[in-house]
Design a protein around this ligand. Structure first.
Ligand code: FES
Length: 104
């Protein structure tokens, strides 16, 4: 079990338990944060949009073409944008920090 740190849309930080092998959308939702994840994690809804903190961008991997299109179409794209469902929690992400994007 690991931990990630998440800033919500009101600017409050939450310490969330993270299970290896789960994706970050599941972890955020299970942690009680307002992430809809309405497509179930198959990269077609953008309701799991987050901004990864600068120090964690490289460790969390890169957007594939489908994810890139989705975040660019979200209306709130930033260079640090990711879809949480496309990031699997592994030990290398222990202590990761991210921020919830505005609601889609
Ligand atoms: S849950 Fe739908 S894109 Fe991530």
């Amino acid at each position: 079990m690991g931990t990630i740190y998440v800033t919500d849309r009101d600017g409050l930080e939450h310490e969330i338990a993270a299970q290896e092998g789960e994706n970050l959308m599941e972890i955020l939702r299970d942690g009680g944060l307002p992430i809809e994840g309405i497509c179930g994690g198959v990269c077609v809804c953008s309701t799991c949009h987050v901004y990864v903190a600068k120090d964690w961008i490289t460790k969390s991997g890169t957007r594939d073409d489908d994810e890139q299109v989705m975040v660019e179409d979200s209306g709130s794209y930033q260079d640090s944008s990711r879809l949480a469902c496309q990031i699997e929690f592994t030990p290398v992400l222990e202590g990761m920090r991210l921020t919830l994007a505005p609601e889609f």
